[in-house]
Ligand binder design. Structure first.
Ligand code: ADP
Length: 260
């Protein structure tokens, strides 16, 4: 609660009292706090790769450039960190556009069979690199009305996480089935490291990672799932997750078949 004292003046300008104004500012304060936390997070996330680029460039300039092997490994770090900066900025811009609904969505009927076969094929190389079996199970004849590019972004993000957080030789399976006449359910299940119970409610938050070092080393920005959640909601759908540490995780996305 915020208390304000407002002086009351009569027409003759003489002070004649005060008005006490009590206002519930919890919601406003919370929004302000979230906004400033986000700005602080963004600055921190951007500063880390910039510091690495600067530090390694300085060391090179200071003489390390003369040793070819060292120079190569430092340049590789500079390259990787610039790449990460690029991805980070791309994700931050995408998220801010999506959150302020400044992205147009182009809805059209999507044949899930053809669409998912193509999407899973696009992820196969990444899975093969870790000897992960990528499996698709689906009913034929399922359609949703969706923005195909955004739906692909949703699916690729969740499947890529499944691959990322699953050790070599594991499995990621995508299962699509109809729930009722109006909804379909997409389940992405992995046999990966899992997510501790206490972290589950937070993984859709911006920049939230269970293990920062692991996410960073696999190239994650910590923004993927918040982008996914917003995109699912723009399709009037829902996303949920269940997980067991050391066993694996299942992401469940439910989408309406038609946009109203
Ligand atoms: P990141 O870029 O770090 O992967 P995301 O927003 O995609 O960010 O995911 C947030 C966090 O949720 C990840 O850092 C990771 O800790 C956890 N996570 C997401 N997907 C999985 C998964 N399939 N298995 C285990 N942990 C996951």
């Amino acid at each position: 609660l915020e208390l304000n004292l407002v002086p009351i003046n009569q027409e003759n300008q003489e002070f004649s009292g005060v008005l006490l104004v009590l206002q519930d500012v919890t919601a406003i304060r919370r929004l302000e706090r979230m906004r400033s936390e986000f700005v602080a997070n963004v600055s921190h996330e951007l500063k880390t790769p910039i510091a690495a680029v600067k530090g390694f460039a300085e060391t090179l300039l200071g003489g390390a450039v003369n040793d070819e092997e060292t120079a190569r490994s430092f340049l590789q770090i500079i390259y990787d960190e610039s790449d990460r900066l690029n991805r980070l900025i791309g994700d931050i811009l995408a998220l801010s556009k999506i959150e302020s609904k400044r992205i147009p969505l182009y809805f059209s009927p999507v044949d899930m069979d053809a669409f998912m076969t193509k999407t899973v094929t696009m992820m196969e190389a990444e899975a093969a690199r870790k000897s992960i079996k990528l499996q698709l199970e689906l009913e034929h004849g399922l359609y949703v009305e969706a923005d195909e590019d955004r739906l692909r972004q949703i699916m690729m993000n969740v499947i890529a996480n499944g691959i990322n957080y699953t050790p070599e030789g594991g499995k990621v399976s995508v299962n699509i089935a109809s729930i009722d006449e109006d909804h379909i359910r997409i389940q992405i299940t992995d046999t990966g490291i899992g997510i501790p119970k206490k972290d589950l409610p937070r993984i859709f938050e911006r920049f939230y990672r269970v293990d920062k070092a692991r996410s960073r080393s696999s190239g994650g920005t910590g923004l993927g799932l918040s982008i996914v959640k917003h995109l699912v909601e723009l399709h009037k759908g829902t996303i949920a997750v269940t997980s067991a540490v050391g066993v694996g995780s299942t992401f469940v996305i439910e989408l309406p078949v038609l946009q109203q």
